[in-house]
Ligand binder design. Structure first.
Ligand SMILES: Cc1cc2nc3c(=O)[nH]c(=O)nc-3n(C[C@H](O)[C@H](O)[C@H](O)COP(=O)(O)OP(=O)(O)OC[C@H]3O[C@@H](n4cnc5c(N)ncnc54)[C@H](O)[C@@H]3O)c2cc1C
Length: 394
């Protein structure tokens, strides 16, 4: 029996949302951290557009920044599903902390684990586990959905490459010390020239540009990266030259499930607020959750959230089982981002006027939800992937 078959058989019979003992313990510890350390700082971090460094340090100390990294490189050697649970739990309290952990695990560490040489793993995975934040730089001012049309160029100079170009919208950019950055090393070959490079913050010719002032996930930094004759040693090519397109496609396939987890975390946080508030708020002489109109809306929100969670958990467990999950990951991100927008919007309405002001938490959940339809492939791009896979052809 193949490894993936036996993994599937072990899973069969267990409801998707039923967690193993280890998973339950892990989730409880992340929840304790989120409630105990993050909750009280959410508003201030959103207002000041900055993650509290103490929170980032705590994420490292708890092993949340290296969940899947093998133990020999300083990580926890956990499953992808555990990483998904962490992103969900953190996002239930603050989606900015959720995306910090998500990018580190599902994109950056993942790229090193899958494509790094032994030396690169030793050098970088350890740092990424112990205290260095990572970032993932694909998008550019004129290439987002059409990512492979990137203009950033890498020129071979013998023992090093010189990289020139600009990257836009890079999450964790302010905090990051290690960047997985994509540049085209052979433009004549089209997308087959795209290559992944490991860039350290201190490299000559590398600098951070404008920081974005955003609608949501405001505490998460989003920046422009500037590369002006940035000198990158040859040993910092990640994977093979010309295989960057494959690395980006495959890391983002996993990353999307992480964004799905962020979205169900946001929706969970908002639904919990709505359930509590509607039980307390009195109108017409009773709690507003005594009106069927309100009850039915709460029931719709809970049902949609459950469906989204099933999609996310299923895609994550498929990934761990080693079966193809590309369609399911796209569906999970597409659907959960829509559900997060709907649930958070409804939560605001249930708070009435109080939902519209910053004294209450629900307006932030709604602002934070919007990014789910945009990054790691817009909703149209997810639909395109799903359509291609169900219809067939190129
Ligand atoms: C807060 C934030 C954080 C981000 N973090 C990162 C990061 O860490 N690393 C990184 O590399 N990038 C990051 N991004 C970039 C993000 O992935 C892109 O913004 C996204 O892929 C969309 O690209 P675009 O903004 O250029 O929009 P465009 O590609 O210009 O799309 C604009 C609209 O056109 C639609 N569209 C485009 N092409 C088609 C088509 N063929 N068919 C149908 N519709 C189409 C899109 O769906 C969208 O609605 C981040 C973005 C934001 C806002």
């Amino acid at each position: 029996m193949s490894q993936s078959q036996s993994a599937i058989e072990q899973l069969s019979g267990r409801p998707l949302t039923t967690l193993s003992e280890d998973e339950q313990m892990f989730r409880a510890s992340v929840r304790e951290f989120a409630e105990g350390e993050i909750r009280a700082r959410v508003e201030e971090m959103d207002e000041h557009q900055k993650l509290d460094p103490a929170i980032i340090k705590h994420c490292f100390d708890l092993g949340l920044m290296s969940i899947e990294t093998p133990e020999e490189f300083g990580g926890a050697g956990g499953t992808f599903f555990t990483a998904i649970l962490a992103v969900e739990e953190l996002s239930r309290v603050d989606a900015s902390v959720g995306v910090l952990v998500d990018v580190q695990n599902t994109l950056v560490n993942n790229a090193f684990i899958r494509w790094g040489t032994e030396e690169q793993k030793k050098k970088y995975l350890g740092k990424l586990a112990l205290g260095s934040v990572g970032a993932y730089a694909l998008s550019e001012p004129s290439s987002g959905s059409d990512a492979f049309a990137m203009q950033t160029r890498a020129v071979d100079k013998g023992d090093h490459y010189l990289i020139n170009g600009r990257k836009l919208w890079i999450t964790n950019g302010i905090e990051a010390e290690i960047f997985v950055l994509f540049a085209n090393a052979n433009p004549e070959a089209g997308y087959k020239g795209i290559t992944a490079f490991i860039i350290e913050k201190g490299f000559e010719g590398f600098s951070i540009g404008k920081k974005e002032n955003k609608l949501g996930i405001r505490a998460s930094s989003t920046v422009e990266l500037i590369l002006e004759d940035c000198k990158v040693p040859k040993e910092n090519v990640l994977g093979e030259v010309g295989k960057g397109y494959k690395i980006s496609i495959e890391t983002l396939n996993e990353g999307r499930i992480g964004i799905g987890a962020q979205m169900i975390g946001i929706a969970t946080g908002a639904l919990e607020c709505a359930l509590k508030y509607t039980g307390e708020r009195q109108q017409f002489g009773k709690a507003i959750n005594q009106f069927q109109g309100v009850q039915f809306q709460l029931a719709e929100m809970a049902t949609e959230l459950e469906a989204a969670r099933l999609l996310v958990y299923n895609a994550a467990r498929m990934k761990d089982a080693g079966v193809n999950f590309v369609k399911e990951a796209a569906m999970a991100k597409l659907y959960s981002s829509r559900v997060a927008e709907r649930v958070t919007s409804k939560a605001i309405e249930m708070y009435g006027g109080y939902g519209y002001v910053k004294d209450y938490p629900v307006e932030k959940y709604w602002r934070d939800s919007k990014i789910g339809a945009i990054y790691e492939g817009t909703s149209n791009m997810q639909l395109q992937t799903i359509a291609k896979l169900i219809i067939g052809g190129k």
